[in-house]
Design a protein around this ligand. Structure first.
Ligand SMILES: NC(=O)c1ccc[n+]([C@@H]2O[C@H](COP(=O)([O-])OP(=O)(O)OC[C@H]3O[C@@H](n4cnc5c(N)ncnc54)[C@H](OP(=O)(O)O)[C@@H]3O)[C@@H](O)[C@H]2O)c1
Length: 262
């Protein structure tokens, strides 16, 4: 299938590893010219050949500076993938509501919501010019908020709502906005020894490997395994392509049926 993306331009955030890195790789394979952003330009990102930009997107001016750099590099913008999110190892999100400080709420919203809002704001005039598209990477926790850390789930629910509202506003100007909501994906968030998965295992008093083995079952994934980052990337790339011309304002779940509601 020709996704008709050859020669198009894209900006991907949270691109140094995991879903973002897989998305960069998939876009490049379709002939897209890509600018890829994270705080760290990892060897894996550098090896893709994408133009890496080191930026902290939780700063007030980071997103606008990134979009300026992307435009200087690409000369225009057809696709913005707002993938940045999660939280740093020191976020320590395994407690209950009363354990979450103002700072932790603020950090969760900065990385999972405001970074994408600000990047979309800076990119929108250029996406309008190109009649382009935005794909925001949210989470199934937006729909099942009890299943994740409360500040993370709440910030992702805001991101999903933001995508729906923005699609309505910018659709008549030719810009499509979609949300991709993965269930548990095999990335550092779950697998790293200092990631959320390891912290959750420690808080539950079970070995990290045991938590990972049981996770598909605990999460109700009928596929019996975590989602592969490449599967999420393929969905993002399709939504960014002209083949998805009538898909906008939608939240696309990719979760092995862990969300049981229609
Ligand atoms: N993995 C899952 O199970 C899962 C499930 C549902 C949704 N998601 C969502 O999918 C997206 C990607 O998740 P992932 O699992 O691939 O995460 P990941 O492996 O932790 O990667 C996160 C990416 O974001 C970058 N990043 C983090 N903070 C940043 C900041 N302040 N400024 C700029 N870049 C920053 C990281 O690079 P640096 O650290 O170098 O900055 C990295 O490239 C996130 O939005 C996450 O919430 C993940």
């Amino acid at each position: 299938m020709d996704l008709q993306l050859t020669g198009k331009t894209a900006l991907v955030t949270g691109a140094s590893r995991g879903i973002g890195l897989a998305t960069v790789t998939a876009l490049l394979a379709e002939g897209v010219r890509v600018v890829a952003a994270a705080r760290t330009i990892t060897p894996e990102l550098r090896a893709t050949g994408a133009r890496g930009v080191a930026v902290d997107l939780t700063t007030a001016d980071g997103p606008a500076r990134l979009v300026d750099r992307a435009l200087a590099e690409l000369g225009g913008l057809d696709l913005l993938v707002n993938n940045v999110g999660g939280g740093d190892a020191d976020a320590n999100w395994t407690g209950g509501f009363l354990d979450v400080t103002d700072q932790q709420w603020s950090d969760a919203f900065d990385v999972n919501f405001f970074a994408s809002v600000r990047t979309a704001r800076a990119a929108l005039p250029h996406l309008t010019e190109a009649r382009g598209a935005i794909v925001n990477v949210s989470s199934t926790s937006a729909r099942t908020p009890h299943a994740g850390p409360i500040a993370y789930s709440t910030a992702k629910a805001a991101l999903t709502a933001f995508g729906k509202a923005l699609a309505e506003e910018v659709g008549p100007r030719g810009v499509r906005v979609n949300t991709v909501s993965p269930g548990p994906v095999r990335t550092a968030m779950w697998e790293s020894p200092d990631g959320y998965g390891a912290q959750l295992a420690a808080s539950l008093g079970v070995p990290h490997a045991q938590l990972l083995d049981g996770l598909p079952g605990t999460a109700g994934m009928v596929t019996g395994r975590l989602v592969d980052p490449g599967e999420v990337a393929a969905l993002v790339v399709y939504l960014g392509s002209p083949l998805a011309a009538s898909m906008t304002g939608a939240d696309h779940i990719i979760d092995g049926n862990s969300v049981k509601a229609v």
